[in-house]
Design a protein around this ligand. Structure first.
Ligand code: BJW
Length: 295
């Protein structure tokens, strides 16, 4: 078993070295070792809500308070964890090789924080730290907004039963992902509003279901997978491969001649789909496996 693993790692490393162009395609499993929950499976519930059902334009239209509480919480969590060795390994690879890019479905900002060169990092689903106006007639957008909470009303509730000082209580924020914890009442006026049109609510600059992905990322993906910069290798890390277009990239790269290396905690029909001779499947924690592969 272990011998097999070492041999697989060696064959992957040899191929990586001989590859001309390489792409990493990442999902939530990349950040799992940092302590952020994934979308599907254990941890995919936020209070009683399926995280996926909150990531829609409809949810925001119907209940912007709930959706902002969810995203404000996610921003807070992301700011309070650290990149893990897998993020650093990708960042180092990108610094070493200009013929390498990362496409990421993650919105948590951990790859940039690990020092991944921005010009080699392509977000598919936006960022928790971009905000934009939700009105179709307004084009207001801003990046790198790390204000936490994004507005005072969204501050996480503190444990008021704690008799100690305010400072000490600060460390004891209640975990609002737990449905037993009461959500603070919010008025629409208290949610973040657009400074430009002064009418619309701001919304997270992430890509929800049914929404368009960033044009630059889409064209780069096309270029590296099927057009002029055809890759020899795609490393697919910590994604359930259920959300398109990202989920389609692996097979399209394979059809165009790339070899595929999957790094995933689990083995499912979707993560193994289309596997063939010459592909690799490294089952386990990306935080452990990726640094080993890219050593
Ligand atoms: C570990 C681990 C450890 C755990 N180590 N591994 C073609 C066919 C069918 C449908 C469609 C299609 N094309 C488009 C669609 C519709 C739709 C779609 O894909 N639906 C499917 C569900 C069927 N796609 C869209 O709507 C997209 N837009 C679009 O296509 O627009 C077209 C258009 C054209 C013209 C005009 C208008 C539109 C948009 C998709 C947006 C997805 N957004 C979300 C939310 C982002 C914001 C937020 O974060 O809240 O993105 S949904 C959610 O899923 C999030 C993720 O990025 C995405 C993928 O999830 P991911 O990363 O794979 O996470 P998990 O949890 O699913 O998996 C984790 C994995 O890690 C597991 O495998 C674990 O085993 C593993 N793991 N610990 C290694 N330690």
């Amino acid at each position: 078993e272990l011998m097999d693993y070492r041999a697989e790692v060696q064959s992957f490393r040899d191929y990586l070295k001989s590859s001309k162009r390489v792409m990493a395609l990442c999902g939530a499993g990349l950040s799992a070792a940092s302590g952020l929950p994934t979308f599907r499976g254990a941890g995919g519930l936020w209070r009683t809500h399926d995280a996926i059902s909150l990531a829609t334009p409809e949810a925001f239209r119907i209940n912007p308070s709930l959706v902002w509480q969810f995203y404000n919480y996610r921003r807070h969590m992301a700011l309070n964890v650290k990149p893990n060795p897998a993020h650093y390994a990708l960042a180092e690879l990108a610094k070493k090789r200009k013929d390498f890019i990362t496409l990421t479905q993650n919105v948590d900002g951990l790859s940039p924080r690990a020092g991944h060169p921005a010009e080699q990092l392509f977000p598919l689903h936006g960022s928790l730290f971009d905000v934009k106006c939700s009105e179709f007639f307004c084009d207001y957008a801003e990046g790198n907004n790390f204000t936490d909470p994004i507005v005072p009303a969204l501050a996480l509730p503190l444990d008021e039963s704690d008799p100690t000082t305010t400072e000490a209580r600060k460390a004891k924020e209640l975990d609002i992902s737990d449905a037993k914890v009461l959500l603070p009442e919010l008025r629409l006026d208290d949610l973040p509003h657009c400074p430009k049109c002064k009418k619309g609510l701001l919304r997270p600059g992430v890509v929800w279901f049914g929404e368009r992905l960033p044009e630059k990322t889409l064209s780069t993906a096309e270029d590296w997978i099927i057009a002029s910069k055809k890759i020899d290798l795609i490393i697919v890390i910590g994604t359930s491969s259920t959300v398109y277009p990202a989920a389609g990239y692996t097979d399209r790269a394979r059809v165009k001649g790339a070899r595929v290396a999957v790094v995933n905690m689990e083995r499912t029909e979707k993560t193994t789909q289309g596997m063939r001779e010459g592909d690799w499947y490294f089952q386990g924690d990306a935080g452990v496996i990726l640094p080993d592969l890219l050593k």
